[in-house]
Each structure stands twice: as C-alpha cells, then as structure tokens.
Ligand binder design. Structure first.
Ligand code: EPZ
Length: 492
C-alpha cells in the first residue's frame, strides 16, 4: 500500500495531494517533483527548496523580560468579524504572523479594503465584492472558514471551500454548518465547497437555540458572529469558553452587537440591524506567554513577561507550580517565573478551557522530558497531536505513546539533533527542547513556527539564547565545520 501523507490546513505552505509514487507538492502555486520524504524538507527544484532551518545551542541560561504579542487566535477571528461591519474597523496589537497575513489576503480577495501599519490593521468592509473565498487561500488557513458566519450574516450567501483536515486531526466543521442551518441557512457541500445561502425577501438569518455537541472554539465563534445581525435571539449552549471567544465578543460588542455570556457555556446574542465603526485592541497571546514560561522552567532561568492576563493561564501556571517552579504575578499584567533546579513529574490532560490547553501540550511535554519521574500526558482535544514525540525521542527523551496517552519517563539530559517540526506547537516544543539540550539542535519545518509565533527568535536572542536561522544548505555546510555559538554570533 503506497505511503500517503496529508496535511492541508494552512498549517504548512505545502499541499500534498497523493501517495509517494505520484506525489506533487505545490509551494506558492508551483508544482515540485517529490521522490523521497526528505524532499519534503528540501525539495531541490527552486530557491525556497532551500528552506530555512533553526540551529539552537542548548545549555545557556535565559534572563530578562519579554514582551508578549497580540493573540493569534483572537486576531484571526476578529479580522473575520470585521466583515460584519460596513464602517471603519481599527484593530490594534495585531501579531505579525503568516496566518494573520493569510486572513488579510482572504478579506482582500473578497473585495474588502485593508491596510496594515505595524501592529495596527485598518479594515473597511462597506463593500464586500463577493461571497466566494478562493480555495488556494482557504486551504492554507483553516481559520478562514470562520468567514462563513459574517458573510452569511451580511450578504445572505457564502461559498467557502471546506478547510479539510490537518496534521493534528481531521478537524471537521459539521458543528458550524449545523448551527447555521438552525439559523435558517440552506447549506450544500459540493466538490469540496460549502454553499450556504439564506432564502426569503431580506435574506436574513433567524435567531435560534443551538446546542453544540462539543464546545468547539471555531463553531462558537462562527455562530456568535452570524447571530449578531440575525433577526431575533440566538442562544449557543455548551459554547466554548476560551479567552479568544471573549475577545471576539468584546470586539463585536464594541461595534454595537448585543452579546451576553461570552466566557460561559451559554452565550445569548440578540441580532441588530447593523454594526458601527470600532477601534479595538486585541488581548495578549496566552499561548505565547505559556511558551515563554516553559522556556524559563526548562532552562532553569528567571524570566518576566508582559503584557499577560494571568487568569488566562491558570491551568498552565498550576502545572508549573506542581512541578516545582514558582510563578508570581508581579503586576496585574506581568508574570515572573522563578525556576526550581530539579523538576517534578506531573500528569496533564488537555481539555477545553478552562482545562489545560491543547496548544500548550507539546511545550509542556518537552519540559517533562527533563523532570524526575514519570508523567502521563493525555491529548483529548485533537486525535493526532502527539507527532512531536518521535522528534523529542530523537533528542534522547524517553516517551511512549499508547493511543491518546503519552508516558514521559524523565531523563537527565537531552542532546541536540536534527529534528522536524510537524505542526505549530510541536515546532515551539522543539525550540524549547533545543534550548535545554546538550549541543546543537537543527529544526526543520520552520513554516509551522512562523504561522503562530511573532519574532520568537528575536525575543529569545534578547533573553540570551544562542540560535540562528539559516538556509538548510548553509546549515549542512556548517555542521561540517566545528563552529560554536559564540563564533556564529560574531559572524552575524
Ligand atoms: C481553535 O481551533 C484554535 N485555532 C486551535 O489553535 C486550538 O487548538 C483549538 O481551538 C482548541 O483550543 C484557532 O482559534 C484559529 P475546535 P478550532 O473547533 O476552532 C472537533 C493553535 O495551535 N470539532 O475547538 O479548529 C475538532 O476536530 C491552533 O493555535 C468537530 O468535531 O478548534 C477538534 O477535535 C491549533 N466538529 C475539537 O472539536 C466541528 O464542527 C476542537 O476543535 C468543530 C470541531
């Protein structure tokens, strides 16, 4: 049976179509021949066939303060929500990420006006030129499916390609679709495209009582946005309670939407005729903040970070304290981690908020590889989010996987190795493991990292980390030389 690979969620810049024999990879619209798996990492055809890699030298303590950027998962939903408003929307604290750029491209492809100045985004969706989002863009960014709610609410029609699965799971969207149908939309899926439209004279969605089988973040956000302009009241029960859902609700309310209960498991939205202009600042990214807290713990370094909302990190902070680290709220929006020399083991089960976030599972696994004792990690949110285990084991970790459980047996050291990032949070886990490992780690697949971390390397360098990004070919040449981090930097 020919080996197949599939990831197609925008989590990477590649779209892989079939089995190895007939594999073609399309990068930026250009076909590339693929013969072996390593070609995925460095297809020979064109210049970016020499993708960058990150070299990390471990064992150096970090110190200082790091600034946390705006939240990726808030930004993506809030940019989509700007489609609900016929007036100017100014969105501040927008992180500089590949995913954010892609969401912007989707709005531009719908004929919306959009300008970016640093971390400020100005959007005007007075005119939405069309209701169809291009497959090329949607296939690169799952979250772009969220535009189906605002387009249906504004135009009474939307044609959005199915986002498809990704490396961390199948990620279906039936909860989004069923909720929109409950609000009166006719939805057909043909040739991989979701055709949704509202019949009737004013083509308006109607308020409805919706119960979600699972507190899906995306479905809650899509339906909450759609309901803001619907006729009547909508309630979403068993809704997601993530801080990003609250951030989105606050943005919509700032435009005049009537929303109650965001952040609880029941959200009520009373539709309004239209929304007005807004100037809104996005929350800091709790997952980026959590990643830096783990960076402090895994390198036994004292670090402070801001702005953060400590309450958004309750589950993560609790687990850091469990294993012996001290985490102090130095100010309402500032945290300090004071590490312990030896880390204890602990068990983690990922759950919808306020449970332990699945987006911190990989980073925490990297940390627990160096703890004293055995930890059990259970990934309950996504069915295929343990692919970083093999790469951490390549670095000398001792992790065994059984279904959705990973048993992490603590080891005394990790050693640097060439590793491949398989998704966004896995890439962060490999950077963290590299910071703690003996020697040099070379991380391939950086397009995952760039999707969700705003200037991670710059921030780590400012804290004293030893790392550099360079083309794969240069890294190969470099591995033949005996250079060490210090001389590398001098060369920079
Ligand atoms: C959001 O994804 C985040 N992405 C994810 O962050 C995050 O991991 C996830 O929520 C959970 O917290 C964005 O906000 C852009 P879900 P989303 O719908 O909305 C199943 C990161 O690393 N499900 O809550 O796609 C689904 O398959 C990313 O930043 C259905 O079965 O997550 C999954 O197993 C990764 N049917 C579970 O629910 C549906 O219709 C949770 O998915 C919808 C979801």
């Amino acid at each position: 049976m020919a080996e197949t690979l599939s990831f197609n969620c925008g989590d990477c810049q590649c779209r892989i179509k079939t089995s190895f024999q007939r594999l073609k990879v399309i990068i930026n619209g250009e076909d590339r021949p693929i013969t072996t798996s390593s070609d995925l990492i460095n297809p020979q055809a064109s210049p970016d066939a020499d993708p960058p890699v990150l070299q990390v030298w471990g064992g150096y303590p970090l110190r200082g303060h790091v600034k946390i950027s705006g939240a990726k998962n808030s930004a993506l939903a809030i940019i989509a929500a700007a489609l609900l408003c016929p007036q100017d929307c100014r969105i501040r604290n927008v992180p500089s990420l590949v995913d954010v750029t892609r969401m912007g491209q989707i709005l531009l492809s719908l004929g919306v006006k959009l300008e970016q100045h640093g971390d400020v985004l100005d959007i005007n969706a007075n005119v939405i030129g069309q209701s169809k989002a291009p497959y090329e863009l949607v296939s690169q960014l799952r979250a772009s499916f969220f535009v189906i709610g605002p387009l249906l609410a504004r135009l009474g029609a939307a044609r959005i390609p199915l986002p498809g699965g990704c490396t961390i799971g199948a990620r279906p969207v039936e909860l989004h679709v069923r909720g929109l149908q409950a609000m009166g939309a006719d939805v057909e899926i043909e040739h991989g495209i979701v055709h949704a439209y509202v019949t009737g004279s004013n083509r308006k969605l109607k308020g409805a009582k919706i119960y979600l089988d699972y507190p899906s973040v995306g479905a809650t956000e899509t339906l909450m946005m759609a309901a803001t302009l619907a006729e009547g009241e909508t309630t979403i029960e068993n809704a997601a309670q993530e801080p990003e859902v609250i951030d989105l609700a606050n943005f919509c309310q700032a435009m005049g939407a009537k929303i109650r209960g965001a952040g609880t498991n029941t959200i009520a939205i009373v539709g309004v005729r239209s929304l007005h202009s807004v100037d809104y600042t996005i929350n800091p990214d709790r997952i980026e903040a959590g990643t830096f807290l783990v960076a402090g713990a895994i390198t036994h370094s004292e670090l402070s970070l801001s702005p953060v909302v400590p309450d958004h990190l309750t589950a993560v902070i609790a687990k850091l304290r469990d294993i012996g680290a001290q985490v102090i709220a130095e100010a309402p929006n500032r945290l300090r981690i004071i590490p312990e020399h030896s880390l204890k083991a602990t068990d983690i089960e990922t759950l919808p908020y306020p449970g332990f976030p699945t987006d911190m599972q990989a980073q925490f696994m990297a940390l627990l590889t160096l703890s004293q004792g055995d930890s059990l990690i259970t990934e309950t949110v996504f069915e295929n989010r343990l692919r970083h285990v093999a790469e951490l084991n390549r670095m000398g970790a001792d992790i065994r996987v059984k279904g959705k459980n990973a048993i992490v047996r603590g080891v005394s050291i990790l050693s640097g190795a060439p590793v491949v990032a398989t998704d966004l949070r896995a890439s962060a886990a490999l950077v963290l493991a590299g910071l703690a490992a003996k020697g040099k780690t070379t991380i391939h697949g950086l397009h995952h990292l760039d999707r969700g971390y705003d200037q991670l390397e710059m921030k780590l360098l400012s804290l004293g980390a030893k790392l550099q990004r360079l083309p794969n070919s240069a890294a190969d040449a470099d591995s033949r030389s005996t250079s060490n981090p210090v001389s590398i930097h001098q060369r920079d």
